[in-house]
Design a protein around this ligand. Structure first.
Ligand SMILES: C[S@@+](CC[C@H](N)C(=O)[O-])C[C@H]1O[C@@H](n2cnc3c(N)ncnc32)[C@H](O)[C@@H]1O
Length: 336
């Protein structure tokens, strides 16, 4: 299969840039890309597992930028407003005369971004390779529309109630699966709980309103932006907020865990991440703790649930989703 990393290398050669004289900034840096041509780059990344892997490779990571550079690269995201916001931030992070590169796959909309930017800037070069494109420009005049693009990354209100942000999971509406889970949670949930992959806080917010016996609820989420929205949505003082990779959490003693686990990190369905969430839930629960989860019906989690829990019951099913309650975690066999 063609290697998309090759685009950056070709573009740097074609643009005849020397290696970055100051540290380059890479917005939405990928943890598997080869950035060796960019020197000691700083990666702007908000997804914790990706940050951790970039750091292991020796990169420094940040969630926002407050410095100037002479070379910025934007790896586009699947969200158009988020990508435009990142392009505007990257433009602003450049000194005048600095170079901005924008890289991405066709499936993520690189062609539409090129079209948009061509209307505003003199595009110096474009390379099409490996089902995508990279293009670049030099920082000169700043079009006013960049203010709108930056504002497009601010939290917005949806359903006259919740705050979300471009690029986070289910940014335009509450998720149907999570709504089904909420409808099927028992009224007696009490004690110390956790919401694994809490997103912008929909489940936690609604649960804390209806359950007075809950003493504390940890919202654990890998997306920095989603967690910041959750802080706006969940103002109950029993809530705590943790920017963490669930798959790396060590044992704990929660009385209950709720979750609508991720089932893809790319465009493909990747049930394995959901299976790791189930395994971690079993480790994080107290011996009498209970897991309440929702999943897409076609995802086969039953064997994993059987491996890690003694008792499993199906609580509700619709054409699209299933709600499952699992209890009595079989901790002793697989504690890390
Ligand atoms: C299906 S969404 C559910 C979000 C939220 N609970 C809701 O109901 O709207 C799964 C969430 O898990 C987060 N996530 C993905 N991988 C993660 C990881 N390794 N650790 C923590 N959270 C993760 C995603 O960013 C996303 O917000």
């Amino acid at each position: 299969m063609a290697n998309p990393n090759i685009r950056l290398s070709l573009a740097l050669d074609a643009s005849m840039l020397e290696k970055a004289e100051t540290d380059a900034f890479i917005f939405n840096a990928a943890d598997n890309a080869n950035y060796s041509d960019l020197g000691a780059a700083t990666c702007i990344q908000w997804f914790k597992p990706t940050c951790d892997r970039l750091q292991t490779r020796g990169f420094s990571t940040m969630q926002t930028v407050a410095a100037k550079t002479n070379l910025a690269l934007v790896e586009i995201t699947r969200s158009k407003p988020q990508t435009l916001g990142l392009i505007a931030q990257a433009f602003d992070s450049l000194s005048v005369g600095g170079s901005l590169f924008v890289n991405g796959d066709k499936t993520n909309g690189i062609e539409s971004h090129l079209k948009t930017l061509r209307k505003l800037f003199d595009i110096h070069g474009v390379i099409s390779k490996a089902h995508g494109k990279i293009f670049w420009l030099t920082k000169a005049n700043r079009p006013n529309i960049l203010d709108q693009w930056i504002a497009g990354m601010n939290p917005i209100e949806i359903e006259s109630k919740y705050r979300t942000q471009a690029g986070v999971f289910s940014s335009n509406h509450k998720d149907k699966g999570s709504t089904l889970l909420l409808e099927n949670l028992p009224a007696h949930l009490a004690g110390k709980g956790a919401d694994l992959g809490a997103g912008w806080g929909y489940l936690s917010h609604e649960l804390l309103i209806k359950s007075e016996k809950i003493k504390s609820l940890a919202l654990i989420e890998a997306d920095w932006n989603a967690l910041n929205c959750a802080r706006l949505n969940v103002t109950d003082e029993r809530a705590s907020f943790h920017w963490s990779d669930v798959t790396q959490l060590e044992s704990s003693s929660y009385d209950f865990i709720i979750m609508n686990p991720p089932f893809h990190l790319t465009r493909k369905a990747e049930p394995d991440i959901g299976k790791v969430f189930i395994e971690r839930a079993s480790v994080l629960l107290a011996p009498k703790g209970q897991l309440w989860m929702v999943a897409n019906r076609q995802l086969a989690y039953e064997a994993t649930l059987d491996t890690y829990f003694t008792s499993i019951s199906s609580v509700a099913e619709t054409a699209q989703f299933k709600v499952i309650n699992a209890s009595r975690p079989k901790k002793q066999t697989f504690r890390r």
